[in-house]
Design a protein around this ligand. Structure first.
Ligand SMILES: Cc1cc2nc3c(=O)[nH]c(=O)nc-3n(C[C@H](O)[C@H](O)[C@H](O)COP(=O)(O)OP(=O)(O)OC[C@H]3O[C@@H](n4cnc5c(N)ncnc54)[C@H](O)[C@@H]3O)c2cc1C
Length: 496
């Protein structure tokens, strides 16, 4: 065998996948058909849940230094602002707002994490064929044969891995194309905010970038081609924005089509598909890269445990079910947003009235920031809950009285057992990471009874039990993972 795992594609998905596998001691190679790193800005919005995953690779400070916090999104119709969403109200994450960072810079940080984990991207290696049997996968990389235990298809929307597997990728392409210019724009619009100018003729979106740059993109008028993108963007900016937008210099420009497609499976034998190879959708709400990074992180911790025999193969089936659930939700949500950008007539009026009313009542600020951040996304799972902490929910990342935050307990990349306002119910078990949280912290998590919560390495609750519920405790105990070597960590923050 040439490797335990082969990652095909070194975009954000492949970089996260390879780094996380290497950090877990899996002999991993990562290849990309390109001759060198991607130079294009593509995705710019990083949402808190994906940022949390990157922070676990030790990148938190570097991301904060490089990125621009986005504090609000504004929606306008016919020049009038109809709604504003304030991202600053986002609770339960160390990242209080989304951040703006061009994708090539995000990939630069992920590359640093890969190098720190001992990996290197092998550029100029294109996957052209693959076959698999019960024990391994044989890949053809630019004419060289490579045999691996697992193959991870992170090779983007036109995935060769997906094609080789014969997995269908179905869904429509939006009729309109989009154009964008990143550069210096002279405008009174607040740079640390997103601005959506909606109308039946098309949408115009303005988002700040770090370093004083601004991205302006929108749907191209019918007949506008791939040539003269700058002219097209200038023209739609003048037509759709009620305030001046004057282009002073260009950092990057592009023309792209938007699709809404999903692979009909994310796993076949020893091969997984993740990121754009598994799902593509509109850039509305900035979800593509964010969803992709999480696909990879959530596959990698399970795959490492499956390879080491600590989890059964069915754990990868659970990954596929969860990530298909997320992808479906993201594809549906972004499609809805994309359509309502260009509504006209009575639907436009109804949309704007509803948006204004929702803003006035505070619903927009309460609901949408955590929805865009994918923080309220819950995996389908059954079992007892402890207040809002039930199987499949995300553990909020809140401050601990002793310093640090709840998600710091996941730094080691293992499951963590949180004992809330009580004594550990499994004194005789050797739990890898066990933390006691005091009654105040429990209340801040919405928990009012003494209990225990088992949290997965991705911050998702695996099981919860009230200490007074022996059946639920037994169920939770059955899910406690075996020790993975090294010393366990026991953290105590004010015993109740
Ligand atoms: C204009 C634009 C704006 C966007 N804005 C946002 C945003 O704000 N927020 C957001 O979350 N998402 C956004 N997206 C989407 C985001 O860019 C993608 O979701 C993201 O790039 C997916 O990452 P990936 O690693 O899965 O795929 P990719 O980034 O496409 O990487 C795939 C890699 O695989 C390599 N590869 C392909 N075929 C092979 C092969 N046969 N062998 C070896 N290597 C191969 C490629 O060279 C590439 O490096 C935007 C996209 C565009 C185009």
């Amino acid at each position: 065998m040439d490797s335990e795992a082969l990652v095909v594609g070194a975009g954000p998905t492949g970089l996260m996948m390879a780094t996380e596998l290497l950090r877990r001691g899996i002999d991993t190679r990562i290849v990309d058909r390109a001759a060198r790193r991607n130079p294009h800005a593509k995705a710019i919005v990083l949402q808190p849940r994906a940022l949390e995953v990157m922070a676990r690779l030790g990148l938190e400070e570097r991301i904060r230094d490089a990125a621009l916090p986005l504090v609000a999104a504004n929606y306008y119709t016919r020049g009038r602002r109809v709604a504003r969403i304030n991202f600053r109200g986002l609770k339960g994450s160390r990242f209080g707002t989304p951040l703006s960072l061009p994708q090539n810079e995000t990939e630069g940080l992920l590359l640093e994490a890969l190098h720190e984990a001992g990996g290197r991207v092998e550029y100029g290696h294109r996957l052209t064929g693959l076959t698999q049997d019960a024990d391994s996968v044989a890949a053809d990389l630019s004419g060289t044969a490579h045999r691996t235990g697992r193959l991870l298809g992170c090779d983007g929307a036109y995935s060769a891995v997906r094609e080789q597997l014969g997995v269908a990728f179905t869904g429509p392409t939006y009729p309109q194309s989009f154009v964008l210019v990143d550069g210096e724009w002279e405008t009174p619009l607040a740079p640390a905010e997103a601005h959506y100018f909606m109308g039946p003729a098309g949408v115009l979106v303005v988002v700040g970038l770090p370093g004083g740059l601004i991205r302006v993109f929108g749907s191209a008028p019918e007949g506008a081609g791939e040539e003269n993108v700058e002219e097209t963007v200038r023209a739609i900016a003048a037509e759709r924005s009620p305030v001046p937008l004057r282009l002073a210099s260009v950092a990057g420009a592009g023309h792209f089509r938007v699709h809404r497609k999903m692979a009909d499976r994310f796993r076949q034998g020893r091969v997984l598909l993740a990121g754009d190879a598994a799902h593509v959708h509109s850039p509305a709400g900035g979800q593509g890269l964010n969803t992709s990074i999480q696909d990879a992180h959530e596959a990698a911790w399970r795959l490492a445990d499956v390879i080491r025999g600590r989890l059964p193969e069915t754990a990868l089936g659970a990954w596929e079910r969860e990530r298909m659930h997320v992808a479906r939700a993201v594809v549906t949500d972004t499609d809805r947003q994309t359509r309502l950008w260009t509504w006209g007539g009575w639907r436009e009026r109804a949309r704007d009235l509803a948006a204004s009313a929702a803003e006035r009542s505070g619903v927009l600020d309460r609901v949408l920031p955590s929805r865009f951040a994918q923080m309220d996304l819950r995996y389908p799972a059954e079992g007892p809950a402890l207040g809002p902490l039930g199987p499949g929910t995300r553990l909020p990342d809140i401050p601990l009285p002793s310093g640090g935050r709840t998600h710091d307990l996941l730094r080691e990349g293992r499951h963590a057992l949180l004992v809330l306002a009580g004594h550990t119910p499994f004194a005789e078990r050797d739990v890898p990471v066990c933390a006691h949280l005091d009654a105040r912290t429990a209340r801040a998590l919405g928990v009012r009874r003494p209990g225990a919560v088992l949290v997965r390495p991705d911050g998702v609750v695996a099981a919860a039990a009230a200490l007074a519920d022996p059946t639920a405790l037994r169920r939770l105990e059955q899910l406690l993972p075996a020790r993975q070597g090294g010393s366990g960590t026991t953290t105590s923050t004010h015993h109740p």
